[in-house]
Design a protein around this ligand. Structure first.
Ligand code: A3P
Length: 326
């Protein structure tokens, strides 16, 4: 057994070393794996997710490019889907668990040699199950695309996504990594070199699928959620075939979910102020400012020009555009 595992590890290592590689800013190197950039530590988890995960017809997948509002959308989706089970908001699990604990990332779940344990945990989860993923659409396991499960994708304007990533990774990255300036990081970002990037390909994959099969992918922008969260809470509930009743609406059911999942509420919860989640991420770093347009405090005119040109080049003609200021 040990030697089979050893052999598998050796093969995986060999596979990783044969991939194109570039210097990262949050990890030493990123590898071009299935067309997206990935730290070597994530590749095994992604491989296992693709090989082992079996979607159920009523699963819900919250997909996103990192730092686009995943935590918020996970919280909202969990609260919307489970509102009959947890009608009393005083005892709601979101008050005592971080959204990433209630809605686990499939990309990181199948790490190491505990795959059977994870599979039995998954099969015992209360349905409908809600999961997160950062994987680009073409790399999702077949069973997700072929079953009736639904995907909600969140993305955010590339300026704020960059600043949110920059701030987040500077907080969590290993101190032993070489220093990278914000200009160098932006150059890499524009070339697509960031975990799960290129961001353009990521967005466009889900964007096109949301147009081709609107019953499979609901495409939401962080800025839209900020502007009219009530509209999108209702939209998500309808899309997931659990629309709010008139009675729920008149009883303030939507507003209480919005309040529970709001940035101010979540950031202030004891459960989100200390401790770690997932792969040792300090929970406090998941809640920074939660604003549209904070990028203006980080970008020089040259950086604005570089990213604006790249966005124009990559997204023009796609119909996808973003609001960048509040
Ligand atoms: P900022 O860094 O701009 O503040 P992700 O959840 O994908 O990692 O995205 C993180 C971004 O979402 C961070 O943005 C974070 O502050 C913001 N965020 C987290 N929870 C939020 C919430 N409940 N409402 C609005 N924004 C939230």
């Amino acid at each position: 057994m040990a030697s089979t595992e050893g052999h598998q590890e050796y093969e995986e290592e060999k596979q990783i070393q044969s991939l194109p590689k570039e210097r990262g800013w949050a990890s030493r190197y990123l590898y071009l794996f299935q067309g997206f950039w990935c730290p070597s530590t994530h590749i095994q988890g992604v491989n296992s997710f693709q090989n082992h995960f079996q979607a159920k017809h009523n699963d819900v997948i919250v997909a996103s490019f990192p730092k686009s509002g995943t935590t918020w959308l996970k919280a909202l989706t969990f609260a919307i889907l489970n509102r009959q089970r947890f009608s009393s908001l005083e005892n709601h699990p979101l008050l005592t668990s971080n959204p990433h604990e209630l809605v686990p990332f499939l990309d990181f779940l199948f790490h190491g040699d505990n795959i059977q344990d994870q599979l039995s945990y998954l099969s015992n989860m209360t349905e409908p199950r809600v999961f997160g993923t950062h994987i680009p659409l073409p790399s999702l396991p077949k069973s997700i695309m072929e079953s009736n499960c639904k995907i909600i994708y969140i993305c955010r304007n590339p300026f704020d996504t960059f600043v949110s990533s920059w701030s987040f990774f500077n907080n969590i990255k290993s101190k032993s990594l070489p220093e990278v300036t914000i200009e160098e990081a932006l150059q890499m970002y524009c070339k697509g070199i960031i975990g799960f990037g290129p961001i353009w390909d990521h967005m466009l994959g889900y964007w096109k699928e949301s147009i081709a099969t609107p019953n499979k992918v609901l495409f939401v922008k962080y800025e839209q959620l900020q502007e009219d969260v009530k509209f999108y809470v209702k939209r998500v509930a309808e899309y997931l075939d659990c629309p709010f009743t008139e009675e729920e609406e008149s009883n303030g059911g939507i507003e209480s979910i919005i309040k529970l999942c709001s940035f101010e509420k979540m950031k202030d919860l004891e459960v989100n102020k200390s401790g770690t989640v997932g792969r040792n991420i300090e929970k406090k770093y998941l809640f920074r400012k939660g604003e549209i347009g904070d990028w203006i405090n980080y970008f020089s005119p040259a950086m604005i020009e570089m990213l604006s040109k790249t966005i124009e080049e990559k997204l023009s003609g796609s119909g996808l555009s973003f609001k960048t200021r509040a």
